[in-house]
Structure formats: structure tokens, C-alpha cells
Design a protein around this ligand. Structure first.
Ligand SMILES: Nc1ncnc2c1ncn2[C@@H]1O[C@H](COP(=O)(O)OP(=O)(O)OP(=O)(O)O)[C@@H](O)[C@H]1O
Ligand SMILES: [Mg+2]
Length: 461
């Protein structure tokens, strides 16, 4: 495994011999003769490992170790010293050094130590990624709206009820369906998805119920449908609002009888499947327009779970941003990047037509743009789309209910006033004709974190 190393030692001879040994072993080594310079290099570049002497003029190796830690540089460090004593080694280990080598250092021992350090680092990274992957079904939330929804979800998950998940695109309907399955008594059974809008009408029946060999032109073998695949588990019928009417009649029969029939089959097959459905459409309107069967509607609309659009739950945005930022950084092995509170507010005042999915994509873009180690309002400006569909550009939203538009306008007015008062909340409240406590309450409802803004004014954050 080829590695990029940084060697810090005040002795030119040591630097020369160590870097030669590393180069011969196929590694790339950068040398540096003092701790201050080493700190700069370690912050600017991604080394796989730092090897540092302890006793050096100026800042010593232990101080370097401490500062690296303080400044969030997570590169592993191996210490070495010619005047090693046990207390020094203990201190170095306490400060997070991976190993402690006594000079003179044998090349074999050195290379072995480096190999071990690199292996450990790789394992840690894989472990983090695995944990992230396992936790990918986690619903992230902060505010009251989602707290209530998650509580409802827990309750309904434990039951056998059919659940109809409603919400705009990207609000997390599929995530909610998976979570219901994962928390249900059927969690050890299969979770099978069919997107009714993505399958051509003439293939839906075979997809759902399967077919026997030769049952229609092109049916070259037997096919087991999604309902049978989901036996003892859950089937998730996504975009049910787009299911063709003729298929709706067949689905209704299955829901009533608990049996399916493969196309070309000669007997019904009993299936034990829990049905979850989702749609971004207004199902009741579809029923009125006679595009959706009323009897099927009543069968599936047992327990509606409505996912609000992201613009109505700005209070969830910081937690979601953190979640996605950590995900992106860990997947790419990047250092986490802090968000200024202004940047977070800019994200909270955007209208998110693509909801959480859009937020996830934008956070990824932000992480790519944040090359100078922080995210500020300019980074957000660059990352957000500049079409009038998303940014409100100083005007209120031209979509949504009256209540939503009023909320969005209130959020903008408060943010503008707080900015104008240079984060002086008392002054902003006065200008707006509100009690200070009322302004805090109002801001909280609108998902604005005034405390973070005020702290920033005090310069402590
Ligand atoms: N509350 C949340 N916490 C964490 N991740 C979320 C949350 N809501 C949505 N996501 C993520 O956002 C993305 C979009 O969610 P999902 O696919 O569930 O949305 P959807 O409502 O099914 O969208 P569509 O209608 O377009 O199919 C997914 O990657 C999902 O994991
Ligand atoms: Mg979906």
C-alpha cells in the first residue's frame, strides 16, 4: 500500500535516511525540520501518516501532537525519540499518538509500524462507511411536525394496518415506507418495491402477480411476481396514484381475498403481505376525476401519513445538512467542514422544490465547493440554483397555501431585520414591534436559530 508521509525532525541526517527508507519501500515522503511548518503542511495536505521527533528546538513533537488534535487534523501520528523515557511515551499516547519508537530506529520496525498504522486507518474508514450504510434508513428530524410524524410511524409500524404515504417528490416517502417495514414484526421478512409509474401499463400485472411460461408472447419462463416475493413481508406500491384503472381492479381483488393468480396460472396462491402505498398525487382528487377507483381508495387509505414539504419544516434543515455533510465527507474520506450560521440561514430561506432529495444533492455540491475549509453565505450562493423557481429573491413564494406564503414572508422579514441590526436581537425585536421573547418564539416556529446568530455577534462562535 503506497502512502503519503510527513516526517518531522530537526536533524537533517535523520530526515535523509528515513525518507530514503520510505522511498525505497515505495512510499512518498515529505520532510520538514520544525513543528510549526509541519502543522501548516498537515493542515493543507492530506497525509496518511505523520512521523515526528519529540525533542526539537522551538515547538516540540508533543506540542505538535496537541495542536494537530486541537485543530481537527485526524492524521495518525507516530512519535520517535532518542531520549525516550516512559513518561514521555505515556504522554504521547495520551495525546493520541499511535505508536512511540525509540531511536535509533530499525528500518524494518519503522516500515512495519507504518504498515500497521495505514491498515488501522483503512479499517477505521471502512468501519465508518459501513456504519453509515447500515444507518442509511435513519429518518433525521428536529422539529415538532416530524416528531409527531415519527411517533405516528412507530405506532402504525407495530400494527398490520395499510399505510398510505403522501407527500411531494423527495419528501422521504420511500424512506418512511422502509422504516415502517424495519420497525414492524415483519422486519425479518422481505421488503419489495414496485414503482407503478415506472412500469409500462401492460407489464404491471406480470410484475405484481407473475406469469407462467408461455402465458403470453415473450413469456419464455415462469416469473414470480412482487406479491409472491413479498410473502411474509411488506410490499411497497410507490406512485399508486398512477396505476392504470384496469390494474386497480385486479389489485382490489387481491387486497380483498389475500390471494393472487399468476398470468396463465390455473390456481390462486395465498400470500401474506402487508401493503404500503405512496403517491405524490392528490388521491381524493384522482377519485373525483374518476382516475382512481373509490373502492380501492377506501381499501388503501386506512392510515394516511402526510409528509410535509421541506419548506414547511425549516427547523429540520440544520440536522439534515449535518447528516448529509457527514455522509458525503465520510464516503470520500474528507474532513468535516463547519457551516457558518449565515450559510445555514440561507439554506433555511430557500424554498426546496425538490425537498430533502434536493437538499442532499445541494449539500454534496457545497462540500465540493468548500475548498477553503468553511461554508459561508457565498458558498451557498454558488451552490443554490439561480432560477426564480427556488430562490425567493426578496419576494414571497409564489406557490403554496396562504399560510405557507405568509410563513415564508415572515421568515424573510425576520432574517432581514436581524441582519440589518447586525444580529442584535433586542434591536431587531424593537424595530419589528415585538417583545424579545416573542421574537425568539416566532423565529423558532419558523426554523430560524436566533441564539446561534446572537452567539456569532458575540464572537464566541
Ligand atoms: N428525514 C430524512 N432524513 C434523512 N434522509 C432523508 C429524509 N427524508 C428524505 N431523505 C433522503 O432523501 C432522499 C429522497 O427520499 P425518498 O426517496 O424517500 O423520497 P420520495 O418522497 O420517495 O421521493 P419521490 O416522490 O421523488 O419518489 C433519499 O435519499 C432519502 O434517504
Ligand atoms: Mg419515492
Amino acid at each position: 500500500m503506497k502512502a503519503h508521509l510527513l516526517i518531522v525532525d530537526d536533524e537533517a541526517n535523520t530526515l535523509a535516511s528515513l525518507s530514503r527508507a520510505f522511498r525505497l519501500a515505495g512510499h512518498e515522503a515529505r520532510v520538514c525540520d520544525n513543528a510549526a511548518k509541519a502543522l501548516e503542511l498537515a493542515k493543507a495536505q492530506n497525509f496518511d501518516l505523520i512521523l515526528s521527533d519529540v525533542v526539537m528546538p522551538g515547538k516540540d513533537g508533543l506540542a505538535l501532537l496537541e495542536e494537530l488534535k486541537q485543530q481537527g487534523v485526524s492524521t495518525p501520528v507516530v512519535m520517535m525519540s532518542g531520549q525516550a523515557h516512559i513518561e514521555m511515551a505515556v504522554r504521547a499516547t495520551r495525546l493520541g499518538a499511535l505508536d512511540f519508537l525509540e531511536k535509533p530506529i530499525s528500518t524494518d520496525k519503522l516500515l512495519l509500524t507504518v504498515d500497521n498504522a495505514l491498515k488501522l486507518q483503512r479499517l477505521e474508514r471502512e468501519n465508518r462507511q459501513l456504519r453509515q450504510r447500515l444507518g442509511k434508513h435513519e429518518i433525521v428530524w428536529k422539529g415538532e411536525t416530524m416528531r409527531r410524524l415519527v411517533a405516528q410511524l412507530e405506532r402504525v409500524a407495530a400494527s398490520e394496518s395499510r399505510v398510505c404515504i403522501l407527500g411531494e417528490t423527495g419528501t422521504g416517502k420511500e424512506l418512511v415506507a422502509r422504516t415502517i417495514h424495519d420497525r414492524s414484526p415483519r422486519s425479518s421478512g422481505p421488503f419489495v418495491t414496485l414503482n407503478c409509474a415506472a412500469v409500462p401499463a401492460e407489464l404491471i400485472e406480470s410484475e405484481l402477480f407473475g406469469h407462467e411460461k408461455g402465458s403470453f408472447t415473450g413469456a419464455s419462463g415462469r416469473h414470480i411476481g412482487k406479491f409472491e416475493q413479498a410473502d411474509q413481508g411488506t410490499i411497497f406500491l410507490d406512485e399508486i396514484g398512477d396505476m392504470p384503472l384496469q390494474m386497480q381492479a385486479k389489485l382490489l381483488r387481491v387486497l380483498e381475498e389475500g390471494e393472487i393468480e399468476r398470468i396463465g396460472g390455473d390456481k390462486p396462491i395465498a400470500v401474506n403481505v402487508r401493503v404500503l402505498v405512496a403517491t405524490h398525487r392528490d388521491l381524493e382528487a384522482r377519485v373525483r376525476e374518476e382516475k382512481f377507483r373509490q373502492d380501492l381508495f377506501h381499501r388503501i387509505y386506512v392510515y394516511p401519513l402526510v409528509l410535509p414539504p421541506l419548506r414547511e419544516r425549516g427547523e429540520d434543515i440544520p440536522a439534515l445538512v449535518k447528516h448529509f455533510a457527514e455522509q458525503v465527507c465520510s464516503q470520500n474520506g474528507w474532513k468535516p467542514v463547519p457551516f457558518s450560521s449565515e450559510s445555514m440561514q440561507a439554506l433555511q430561506s430557500y424554498s426546496w422544490p425538490g425537498n430533502v432529495r434536493e437538499l442532499r444533492n445541494i449539500v454534496e455540491r457545497i462540500m465540493l465547493l468548500a475548498t477553503d475549509g468553511r461554508v459561508d453565505a457565498d458558498t451557498i450562493e454558488m451552490a443554490l440554483p439561480h432560477s426564480p423557481a427556488g430562490a425567493s429573491g426578496g419576494k414571497t413564494d409564489s406557490s403554496g397555501t396562504l399560510a405557507e406564503r405568509v410563513q415564508s414572508f415572515e421568515r424573510e422579514v425576520i432574517l432581514a431585520e436581524v441582519k440589518r441590526s447586525q444580529n442584535n436581537i433586542t434591536l431587531a425585536a424593537k424595530t419589528l414591534g415585538l417583545e424579545r421573547s416573542h421574537l425568539y418564539k416566532k423565529a423558532e416556529q419558523l426554523g430560524i436559530d436566533l441564539r446561534a446568530l446572537r452567539r456569532e455577534q458575540g464572537g464566541t462562535e
